[in-house]
Design a binder for this molecule. Structure first.
Ligand SMILES: [Fe+2]
Ligand SMILES: [Fe+2]
Length: 285
């Protein structure tokens, strides 16, 4: 290996309600930093409209690096319930065809686990749900990896609650984490809650690292728009939360109790994101 593997972990761009300044900056950073891959953990669109997917396709195609995407709860038809029930993944599949089905990096593989479902036996279908077939598919992919290769499991919903303001309430998530804990999983990458985190969850079968990326949309929770930069040197996985506001990584990551990591406002300044501090690109890492 000629240096650490660098991966940019983006999430929840929500085309249709994207933060234009944030996605232009992210695109520039990808062009400048040239990561080995970009992993997008779902909610590419706001309402799964055709025009939103078209905008997402254009944006992704312009990135000259390998990209992988997971489906989020916002990426299934919202208004057309017939299509949602009978062909929920059709619009998303068009995007999947543009990107890598699998990304294999030296000693590392990004393995998807689907957590967004067309419907589920509770009122709120936006929450996470790990079906048995989805988990079986993910575990089989991990078990098929060559010896010594570690998996980064890409999901949309965090598999358990992590103390963010937004919730995932993923059904069967704890069970999934137990199964992942038995395998060579480096971390589980997720989105959905629109705030970043990096923590270790203890399961009955051992610890699993969970890394969440924030959002590049205008749907902010506690932190300004951001994405994660991951660096893996074969021994240690480092995470930096990149953001236009240059808020320090530790202040961008939610731990246990939600924190407000928005940059301080000057008296009379409008509430972010309208009045964010002037954009100064952070140094390239
Ligand atoms: Fe989202
Ligand atoms: Fe979501």
């Amino acid at each position: 290996m000629t240096g650490p593997i660098r991966l940019y972990h983006l999430s929840d761009i929500h085309f249709g309600h994207e933060d234009r300044q944030a996605i232009d900056w992210a695109k520039r950073e990808i062009a400048r930093g040239r990561p080995d891959a970009v992993a997008i953990t779902g909610d590419l669109t706001m309402r799964a409209r055709h025009r939103e997917f078209a905008a997402a396709s254009d944006w992704i195609l312009a990135l000259d690096v390998p990209v992988t995407v997971e489906i989020g709860n916002h990426d299934m038809p919202y208004f057309n319930l017939v299509e949602r029930f009978f062909d929920p993944y059709r619009r998303f599949k068009a995007i999947e065809q543009l990107v890598e089905a699998e990304i294999d990096l030296p000693g590392l593989a990004i393995v998807p686990l689907k957590t967004a479902v067309r419907a589920q036996p509770r009122f709120n279908w936006s929450k996470g749900y790990v079906t048995r077939p989805a988990l079986a598919k993910c575990l089989a992919a991990i078990d098929a990896l060559p010896k010594g290769v570690r998996a980064l499991v890409a999901v949309h919903h965090p598999l358990v609650e992590v103390g963010t303001r937004g919730t995932a309430l993923t059904r069967h998530g704890e069970n999934a984490l137990c199964e992942l804990a038995k395998r060579p999983v480096l971390a589980v990458l997720s989105g959905h809650v629109h705030d970043a985190f990096d923590l270790v969850h203890q399961t009955a079968d051992g610890p699993v690292r969970m890394i969440g990326a924030g959002t590049l949309s205008r749907r902010l929770r506690s932190t300004p728009p951001s994405f994660n930069e991951l660096m893996w040197d074969g021994t240690e996985l480092k995470v930096i939360v990149r953001n236009l506001e240059q808020v320090a990584t530790q202040d961008m990551q939610i731990e246990g109790i939600p924190e407000d990591a928005m940059p301080p406002r000057k008296p009379g300044e409008p509430v972010a994101p309208v009045g964010r501090v002037p954009a100064v690109d952070p140094p390239v890492h």
